[in-house]
Design a protein around this ligand. Structure first.
Ligand code: SF4
Ligand code: MG
Length: 315
């Protein structure tokens, strides 16, 4: 399987005055395989959205590189940049805030079609109708405005807008977090169907593991700007290594009560500020296994078992 995205030693730091720096993304290296769904999980402030934004080029890296289909994203010429801007699309968390309330749904969906001159006139209209149907809406919805739709329907409109330009890679940044629980599964199913039909690759960002479990082939767990663990989805749930991942997993209610009981691990307090993160392992202030070395040395990012990576002195 070839990689569609390769992130190498990526840092995204923001100066916030008086010499203070927020290290939102701090030395992350990951690859996303063509055709997979890569789930990215972390609490708010973990840097997962910043990583997503940097990967799609909405933010420039402070250092490190991002390659898309083997091409360095910061070194694209104008024509390549335009193509990449079309092939990589984002679905945002809040479908309400991301849709212009004064535009008709048909025109919202056609924004990318117009910008990239993909179709005009009747062909454009047909394409909008086709996209509406693809996401489970109706052609007559093209004439309406965003406020006339429910949250779930608005997210479908956001998805249709992303699909309009025939993307190859989609970053979905908490696409279901703002939706009613009853609607979440429908939107996940839609995204999964579309992935097959359109041969897409996803980076699926969420704040809890339960949300990404079923849709992800692999899952990466972030904490305070760093990757803590990365493994195949099944493997991560069956055999979590990092204390932080274990704590996140223990917080998910188990649907099947006869399944092996997980010990409930409570992590105390809020994550520390990314402005002055703890020395050594960033999780050490909340980790039940922290020892002296954890304060002194940053744990190395290692492949502990085949395709199973973690950064922790216990391994
Ligand atoms: Fe806990 Fe130390 Fe592992 Fe960090 S490196 S997760 S503090 S045991
Ligand atoms: Mg976010």
């Amino acid at each position: 399987m070839t990689h569609i995205i390769e992130v190498d030693k990526l840092k995204k730091h923001y100066p916030i005055g008086k010499g203070a720096i927020v290290k939102s993304v701090d030395d992350i290296s990951i690859q996303i395989k063509k055709g997979e769904t890569f789930g990215l999980v972390g609490e708010s402030g973990s840097g997962k959205s910043t990583l997503g934004k940097t990967i799609v080029g909405l933010e420039g890296p402070t250092s490190g590189t991002i390659h898309y289909n083997g091409r360095d994203m910061t070194k694209l010429d104008k024509r390549e940049k335009k193509r990449v801007n079309r092939e990589i699309q984002v679905i945002f968390q809040d479908p309400h805030a991301s849709l212009n309330p004064r535009m008709r749904v048909g025109d919202i969906i056609a924004e990318g079609i117009d910008a990239h001159r993909l179709a005009r006139g009747k062909a454009r209209q047909e394409r909008v109708y086709e996209l509406l149907e693809k996401v489970g809406l109706k052609p007559e919805h093209a004439k309406r405005y965003p406020h006339e739709f429910s949250g779930g329907q608005r997210q479908r409109i956001g998805i249709a807008r992303a699909l309009a330009v025939e993307p190859k890679f989609i970053v979905a940044d908490e696409p279901i977090s703002a939706l009613d629980v009853s609607i979440q599964a429908q939107v996940i199913n839609l995204l999964e169907d579309l992935k097959q039909e359109e041969e897409l690759t996803y980076l699926f960002i969420a704040h809890d593991l339960g949300m990404v479990k079923h849709i992800s082939d692999r899952i990466g767990v972030m904490y305070l700007g760093r990757m803590m663990e990365l493994a195949d989805s099944d493997e991560l749930f069956r055999n979590p290594l990092h204390p932080y991942t274990k704590a996140l997993l223990s917080a998910i209610p188990v649907a099947n009560p006869t399944a092996a009981k997980r010990e409930k691990i409570v992590i105390e307090g809020d994550p520390p500020s990314p402005v002055n993160p703890p020395s050594g392992c960033r999780f050490r202030t909340r980790c039940p296994h922290a020892s002296e070395i954890c304060a002194q040395q940053v744990p190395e990012w290692k492949e502990v078992e085949e395709n199973h990576w973690t950064a922790c002195h216990l391994y």
